[in-house]
Design a protein around this ligand. Structure first.
Ligand code: NDP
Ligand code: 2IT
Length: 448
């Protein structure tokens, strides 16, 4: 893509030169800077006062060694990261990802996205992200515990309930948050809301587990309703079978749709009768097994090796909920040809730029990740509120707030797109609406 604005074009080149090889980070920055072209034309102060120059540079990056001992007594060494990207509107907030593909470029892309996503929630949270190249798959609970304790032994020096509040992401769920919290409390000797996604017994919020998937469906429902449509009677493909995918499947079904496919990094299942979610929860949340085991109970369903084929299944709505760049142009073309009407991103950056272009060019209703999956972090912020008041709200109360937040995000992204002459383009709308609040906060706080 070529920028028409010279400043943005040169800034993008500087980002690439200063962050060599970090292609996911470049991709995330490019999309935001492209969206901001009409904004900087109207508001030259963002350029003149260095806001754009600053917003693409993390405030702080922490990188550390994580040594731990496996069950055989062998010492293993992983790398830990925390990117504290932007604290203009609140303490750094964002998940931790444990996956072998993690390196600095992945955490920077996720941290950068988080700035705008968190701003869109309307709640006072800045942007951050962290993680490790540790692979929890195939590890025993005790190995995961020892890893988490070592990881937190260093991270504890850099976080705090008013400084930086991590949560889960790929490979980090309730089990990991528990071990991380326990170690933080032991080191700092404070029982504080330093992590979100905590267990309900020790300060977690009801509905946080469900929030990203539920929020994705509330957002998608708002987008469909704005076009006189709904989930009722729709065939839906959801990729992944982790936290986001499971609760997106649940809510999409409750709203009247039928989810016919789910996947993991090995392959995907297709169950034309609609997936048996209770079984998927048992396999994935309890037994930590592969999705292909679904066929042991439902031999009438199909299993296919490889992730990409899931997008060849005919559907009305696609909800990518696995990982970045899982939908490329070829898959997007197939979705369009098969009559797909809406795509909303549960995962972070699951569609390549070419795939997004294809969706927008073909009039697909497209909900970008920053807007569509913001329900998880929004509910994390509600968990922080409950921790601060030392109280807890009911499931219904948190869920109602989540729904309202997602509807507001849809409305704000839509109206920002319209205001800048890009009606219907929620990619631009989400980037612009998310950016303006953070940029104004940065301006008001001076060069810091
Ligand atoms: P989980 O670890 O619970 O599940 C991840 C799912 O995606 C698994 O099915 C996993 O398969 C699959 N997956 C992961 N990496 C790959 C890969 N490289 N290729 C193919 N499949 C892959 O994570 P979450 O459900 O929490 O996260 C899913 C996505 O949603 C991520 O993009 C995350 O950043 C995003 N997200 C999460 C939020 C949250 O609150 N948890 C909030 C907002 C966004 P396998 O088990 O085989 O690895
Ligand atoms: O990508 C995300 O928004 C998350 N993984 C959730 C972050 C959070 O702090 O709840």
């Amino acid at each position: 893509m070529n920028f028409t604005n010279k400043y943005l074009s040169e800034l993008m080149e500087r980002v690439i030169a200063r962050n060599p090889g970090e292609k996911e980070f470049h991709q995330a920055v490019r999309e935001v800077l492209e969206s901001l072209e009409p904004v900087v034309e109207k508001h030259p102060e963002y350029v003149e006062k260095g806001v754009l120059e600053s917003i693409v540079e993390p405030e702080r990056i922490i990188k550390f060694r994580v040594p731990w001992v496996d069950d055989s007594g062998t010492v293993r060494v992983n790398r830990g990261f925390r990117v504290q990207f932007n604290s203009a509107i609140g303490p750094y907030k964002g998940g931790l990802r444990f996956h072998p593909s993690v390196y600095e470029g992945i955490i920077k892309f996720l941290g950068f996205e988080q700035i705008f996503k968190n701003s869109l929630t309307g709640l006072p949270i800045g942007g951050g992200k962290g993680g490790s190249d540790f692979d929890p798959k195939g590890k025993s609970d005790m190995e995961v515990m020892r890893f988490c304790q070592s990881f937190m032994t260093e991270l504890a020096k850099h976080i705090g309930s008013y400084t930086d509040i991590p949560a889960g992401d790929i490979g980090v769920g309730g089990r990991e948050i528990g071990y991380l919290f326990g170690q933080y409390k032991r080191i700092i000797n404070k029982f504080s809301g330093v992590l979100t996604g905590k267990g309900l017994e020790y300060g977690g919020s009801l509905a946080r587990t469900e929030a990203t998937g539920f929020g994705l469906c509330y957002f998608t429902d708002a987008m469909l309703r704005a076009h006189n449509d709904s989930f009722v009677g729709k065939t839906i493909v959801v990729s992944g079978s982790g936290n986001v995918a499971i609760y997106a499947t649940q809510k999409a079904t409750e709203l009247g749709g039928k989810v016919v496919a789910l996947s993991d990094s090995n392959g995907y299942i297709y169950d034309k009768n609609g997936v048996d979610l209770a079984l998927v929860k048992q396999l994935k949340e309890v037994e930590r097994k592969r999705i292909k085991e679904y066929l042991n109970v439902h031999p009438e369903a199909e299993y296919h090796e490889g992730c990409k084929g899931i997008w060849t299944i005919k559907c009305d709505i696609a909800l990518p909920c696995a990982t970045q760049n899982e939908i490329d142009k070829e898959s997007a073309d197939i979705l369009v040809a098969n009559g797909c009407k809406a795509v909303a991103e549960g995962a972070n950056m699951p569609s390549t730029p070419e795939a997004i272009e294809t969706f927008l060019a073909n009039g697909i209703l497209f909900g970008p990740a920053k807007a569509a999956n913001a329900g998880g972090v929004a509910t994390s912020a509600l968990e922080m509120s409950q921790n601060s008041i030392r109280g807890s709200w009911t499931f219904e109360e948190v869920d109602a707030r989540l729904k309202e937040i997602m509807e507001n995000i849809y409305a704000n992204a839509s109206s920002a797109a319209e205001e800048y002459g890009l009606k219907g383009n929620l990619v631009a709308g989400a980037n612009i609406a998310g950016f303006i609040k953070v940029a104004n906060a940065m301006l008001e706080q001076g060069i810091v």
